[in-house]
Design a protein around this ligand. Structure first.
Ligand code: PLP
Length: 293
């Protein structure tokens, strides 16, 4: 997945009400080094990011992604991002995206140690082809995240609701899932409740009711889950946030992992036990997620 564009940004103050920020962007050679070795993003994973799906040059769910970037920055005590500036940078990046599916990443790092400002950049790249997995689904294993259900609220310094650059644990969970013969994982709390996947939210269907984990459990509030809920509610389905026991996973009438670039992927088995799927609804949801939003 080679980068099509890399844009370094001089972050503007959130209060800066300029109409035009293009003089704060510099297009850099995406294959050349661009960061200082003193960068805290690389030394400590200290920063936040967003991955935005792009379909035919249209950045999907732009405002929810910008809101979450600001939320993650707040949780990490980073300066509030100037959202008008980021919006303009995304427009530039989207204009470089090829037809079909692509991904734009926004990165806001704490910057160089003792440096004056955060470091910020945007990249655009073609997306991998997820057509097959959206149809065929994934087998998942449940993995203990090591925290109980109250950890997110009791210990905000764990940053459980922020999309931070520290994804080494999430990547390790995916490797463990593969070692156990699955393609993905679902984190569960130490007291037996369902959280999220390492790079996706979870949605379960029980009859005409849809359930996802309440963000207060210390998970990322997914922009795709929000969008899917809007779509399902428009069709008259009941959509809820709840505390979900891990034992509910295999009794669902259907279950999906949903995220901005891979979109909705049906879960076909949990810890080796088959889970029912709903191919028609999966196709319906993915058609919606690929339409301009
Ligand atoms: N949960 C985690 C841990 C994630 O990393 C992601 C996406 O990367 C999601 C949920 C889904 O978020 P979104 O739908 O905004 O892509």
């Amino acid at each position: 997945m080679s980068l099509r564009l890399a844009l370094m940004i001089v972050p503007a103050d959130a209060e800066d009400e300029r109409d035009e920020f293009s003089d704060t962007f510099t297009v850099v050679d995406a294959s050349a080094p661009a960061l200082s070795v003193g960068e805290l993003s690389t030394q400590r994973g200290d920063g936040v990011f967003e991955s935005i799906g792009v379909v035919d040059g249209h950045a999907q769910e732009l405002e929810p992604h910008l809101r979450r970037l600001a939320h993650s920055a707040r949780l990490c005590d980073l300066p509030a991002p100037n959202l008008a500036q980021w919006r303009q940078a995304i427009v530039v990046a989207a204009s470089e995206c090829p037809p079909g599916e692509a991904v734009i990443k926004l990165i806001l790092s704490r910057g160089v140690e003792h440096g004056p400002t955060p470091t910020a950049w945007v990249t655009a790249a073609s997306a991998a082809d997820f057509t097959a997995v959206r149809h065929d689904g994934v087998r998942v294993v449940t993995l203990d995240r090591g925290y109980d259900l109250g950890a997110g609220e009791r210990a905000p310094w764990l940053l459980l609701g922020a999309k931070t650059l520290s994804y080494a644990v999430n990547m390790a969970a995916l490797r463990e899932a593969k070692r156990r013969g699955a393609e993905d994982a679902i984190f569960v709390t130490s007291d037996g409740f369902v959280l999220e996947a390492p790079t996706a939210s979870l949605i379960l269907r029980f009859g005409g009711r849809f359930i996802t984990t309440a963000p207060s459990a210390g998970i990322l509030h997914g922009t795709t889950q929000l969008s899917v809920y809007e779509h399902l509610e428009a069709q008259g389905f009941a959509c809820e946030y709840a505390t979900i026991a891990a034992s509910a996973l295999t009794t669902a009438d259907a279950a999906w992992l949903v995220s901005s670039v891979r979109l909705a992927v049906p879960i076909t088995a949990v810890d080796g036990t088959p889970v029912a799927t709903d191919p028609a609804l999966t196709a319906n949801i993915n058609r919606y997620l690929l339409s301009p939003r």
